[in-house]
Design a protein around this ligand. Structure first.
Ligand SMILES: [Fe+2]
Ligand SMILES: [Fe+2]
Length: 400
């Protein structure tokens, strides 16, 4: 079945130009001249993606996408806009109304490429078994409202004190952020939230809010406390190692906007631990005995889906930028043909393996040899680097 896109713009020239550009692509295309017309189409057709102009009479793009978000949360949303409306458009992205934006005028090849990328991710996630399992779940964790507010402040380049004041309005987040910064892995201890935020870096803050929310969602279940701690430590250590290995391999700092992706790579495990705890524990224990087998394959065998697909679904459903879903989807198979974030996923793949080695019984990490080859590194050099890193050794002793 073809993927379908609905374009909404009050300028007929824009709609006909889009039609011309995408004529050769394999999509079912719908066009609407107003928000009202767009909603009518949504009511009768199965649409996968809505791309709406921002500035339209009667109902503007934000108002339309807000309705789409409320009534059709599975539909992907993108804003289309002219340069002059740039800040309004960014606000729509920050507040989760649109996953991303496309500026007018666009480069035809880039536009086609962007759309293919979006649908590659979507189609990888939407396997029938994965969808069946997701539709059987009682609820999915919601993207916290604080995330949008903090993203807005970060985008406006506000002072860290102002960001801290916003977070302090929700004390449970303060406790969790301090728990993350003051963990055994970081070797630091802050009392003030502001100091902790400076340590974490501005762009990491919003992902930490998501990470906290995921664990809140899990804590409301009845799973073993031990599993919760193991996951918490694993996510956190994987994030630290992502920074460390990125710097080692690419000789530069991990870009700020990717500062916390390691925290979210296993988001799907939160859903497994919450809803399928026995099966999840069974597959996890089986995997710990034979770490050379991919944990996704064992989960697939037992549950019919796996944490990579579930996490990819969740982060895609939250309408976050594409690389988030890709980290979930491909951290166990970073060189997959459809993956457009191969370098980043390869680093997370290494970080994930070494994080398990560190937290577990020190077994050889299940690093795919082709990933080392792709990154042009020798595994023995990575092993040596990990071994001599004083932070990791200190952590190991502290936890022993
Ligand atoms: Fe994983
Ligand atoms: Fe992991």
């Amino acid at each position: 079945m073809k993927n379908s896109i609905l374009f909404v713009d009050d300028d007929p020239n824009i709609l006909s130009s889009l039609k011309r550009v995408l004529r050769s692509e394999d999509y079912q295309l719908f066009f609407a001249g107003s928000g009202r017309e767009g909603l009518e189409i949504l009511g009768r057709e199965k649409i996968d993606l809505v791309i709406s102009d921002y500035k339209m009479p009667e109902m503007n793009g934000s108002e339309l996408l807000k309705k789409v978000q409320a009534e059709y949360p599975d539909i992907m949303r993108i804003m289309l806009s002219g340069f002059v409306e740039h800040s309004d458009m960014l606000a729509a992205v920050q507040f989760g109304l649109a996953r991303n934006y496309i500026t007018k005028p666009w480069d035809s090849e880039q536009l086609k490429n962007r759309l293919r990328h979006l649908f590659d991710i979507r189609n990888s996630i939407m396997t029938s078994n994965n969808l069946k399992i997701i539709s059987s779940l009682k609820e999915l964790p919601a993207l916290p409202a604080l995330h949008s507010r903090i993203s807005g402040l970060i985008e406006q380049d506000r002072e860290i004190g102002e960001i801290a004041a916003e977070i302090e309005k929700e004390p449970s987040y303060v406790a969790k952020i301090l728990r993350i910064t003051n963990s055994a892995f970081t070797g630091v201890s802050f009392i003030s939230l502001k100091d902790a935020l400076v340590f974490l870096g501005r762009s990491a803050i919003k992902d930490i809010i998501i990470y906290s929310e995921l664990f809140d969602f899990l804590e409301t279940g009845r799973q073993g406390v031990n599993t919760l701690h193991i996951l918490w430590d694993h996510f956190h250590l994987c994030n630290i190692l992502t920074h460390d290995l990125y710097r080692l391999i690419f000789q530069k700092k991990l870009p700020d906007h990717l500062g916390s992706v390691g925290l979210l790579h296993d988001a799907g495990k939160i859903l497994l631990a919450k809803y399928f705890f026995r099966d999840f524990r069974q597959s996890h224990e089986k995997w710990r005995k034979s770490p050379d087998v991919c944990s996704c394959d064992l989960e697939q065998e037992i549950l019919g889906t796996n944490h990579a697909l579930l996490g990819g679904y969740l982060l895609d459903w939250w309408n976050l930028p594409e690389y988030y879903a890709e980290i979930c989807l491909y951290h166990h198979d970073p060189l997959a043909e459809k993956n457009r974030s191969r370098e980043l996923c390869s680093i997370v793949h290494l970080a994930d393996s070494y994080a398990w080695q560190h937290l577990g019984d020190g077994k050889e990490p299940a690093v795919r040899p082709e990933v080392c080859e792709f990154l042009n590194v020798e595994k023995k050099d990575l092993d040596a680097h990990i071994k001599k890193n004083p932070l990791h050794n200190k952590t190991k002793n502290q936890r022993a």
